[in-house]
Design a protein around this ligand. Structure first.
Ligand SMILES: CC(C)(COP(=O)(O)OP(=O)(O)OC[C@H]1O[C@@H](n2cnc3c(N)ncnc32)[C@H](O)[C@@H]1OP(=O)(O)O)[C@@H](O)C(=O)NCCC(=O)NCCS
Length: 405
């Protein structure tokens, strides 16, 4: 069967794809009210593109589709544009015939052609994305925090409900933290809306720490509430985002969460494994990580990816790469990556001392695994000096994300 990858030809195809996405990923039919679809499109499509697979010269039946979101992610202190792939689905009756594989290859080539350095996604099926050059790149997880483990008491510092006028300060608090981490999103309006005004599970309760009226904010938290099932008393808190810039800001936010304990046994948190909030607890979250869903990255445009990322300022030298990329031939072959002054520049040529697939390159680029670990898994080959230089170049905190897309 000859397949065609393209934007939806009309509204009907877009709706057919959305219905397929709901059936395949949400598990419910697409809500029928026209207003729902309009609202979904208005919230999503300005920040990305839909792509669908149809049979070439066929009836126009939608076999599969994806959403390609314009995101950006921090690596080495710099914001790197990233094509975020979301809502990937193949109609059940067309699965297992390489429809999604063909779609992903076409998508990766399209991202390369428009100069997107990276693409990222949450893989429900690792093998599908591995096969087109994505490698694991960062932690994503949900911790369950028993509120009884919180010693901080509310009232020590002023916390109040957030207002629209606080949004700029909330964004600034997040950015100050995210740019010093690897893999956190450089959030735009699409992501912020999901944190402060989510469609699903909403409304969000958003609070800020403001020590004195008018003083700079020292933290914020946004959470939704979900009733317990089976007629039990109480509900759960789902923290969508939490961030503080001071020790007392963290204590105030913990105190606010803990103040729910009469009716809430636990809260879920999407934070880094070593988030200061976790470190402040007197006990480890008893059940630890509740879900772990690491995300994947692909280097879609090698030169652009090296030019965009930041590197440790003191690292100097040249990495001689020999890259295998079956989907984007423009990335494949030998590259010399010169590192100096916190920047890198990739040029054609070099001695090919470090041999790796574009998938392993993504894992290395993110700092998810060291070159030594990649070599142990036979994902990379190279001499000791090249491995040591790569380890220096890509060193950094364990990459993680706190936003699902
Ligand atoms: C996952 C999904 C998109 C795959 O679509 P598909 O068109 O059947 O996939 P393809 O036939 O193109 O498969 C390509 C490769 O992906 C891998 N793959 C496909 N489905 C897989 C699955 N369910 N689990 C693990 N690997 C899978 C296989 O390696 C396959 O290669 P192979 O056939 O040589 O073994 C489809 O099963 C689906 O829509 N599932 C429900 C929604 C979902 O999980 N979406 C993905 C969100 S990230």
């Amino acid at each position: 069967m000859q397949l065609r990858y393209a934007p939806p030809a009309n509204d009907e195809q877009l709706r057919a794809y959305l219905a397929l996405g709901f059936q395949s990923l949400v598990g419910t039919p697409l809500p029928e009210e026209p207003a729902f679809v309009e609202a979904w499109m208005a919230r999503t499509l300005p920040f990305g593109r839909a792509r669908v697979m149809t049979e070439a010269n066929g009836t126009g039946e939608v076999l599969a589709g994806l959403i390609d979101l314009d995101l950006a992610v921090f690596f080495g202190g710099r914001s790197v544009p990233m094509a975020g792939v979301s809502f990937v689905a193949t109609a059940p009756e067309h699965r297992g015939r390489d429809v999604a594989g063909t779609m992903m290859r076409a998508f990766v080539r399209e991202a390369h052609a428009r100069g997107a350095p990276l693409s990222g996604l949450f893989p429900a099926a690792n093998a599908l994305y591995r096969g087109v050059g994505y490698g694991l790149a960062g932690f994503y997880g949900t911790f369950r925090l028993p509120l009884a483990a919180i010693r901080a008491r509310p009232g020590a510092l002023r916390v109040r409900r957030a207002e629209a006028r606080d949004h700029a300060a909330i964004h600034a608090l997040y950015r100050a933290r995210a740019e010093h981490a690897n893999g956190m999103l450089d959030r735009g309006p699409w992501v912020w809306r999901r944190i402060l005004d989510p469609i699903r599970g909403g409304p969000a309760y958003v609070y800020v720490v403001e020590p004195e009226p008018g003083a700079p904010l020292e933290g914020y938290v946004s959470f939704t509430q979900a009733p317990l099932t089976g007629g039990q008393l109480g509900y759960e808190l789902h923290v969508l985002d939490v961030c503080a810039s001071t020790g007392r800001g963290h204590q105030a936010l913990l105190g606010l969460l803990g103040a729910h304990r009469s009716v809430v046994a636990s809260a879920t948190l999407r934070v880094a494994p070593a988030d200061p909030l976790i470190a402040l607890l007197d006990e480890q979250p008893r059940n630890g990580v509740e879900t772990r869903f690491d995300w994947m990255l692909r280097v879609t445009h090698l030169e652009a990816a090296f030019a965009a990322r930041g590197f440790p300022a003191g690292v100097r030298g040249a990495l001689h790469l020999d890259v295998v990329d079956d989907v984007v031939p423009e990335n494949a072959g030998r590259w010399m990556v010169e590192l100096e002054g916190g920047e890198a520049r990739a040029r054609r040529g070099g001695e090919g001392l470090l041999q790796l697939s574009v998938r392993a390159l993504a894992t290395l680029y993110a700092g998810y695994q060291s070159p030594w670990d990649l070599a142990r898994a036979a994902a990379l080959r190279g001499d000791d000096a090249s491995l040591a230089l790569a380890a220096e170049a890509f060193r950094g905190p364990m990459p993680f994300l706190t936003d699902m897309f």
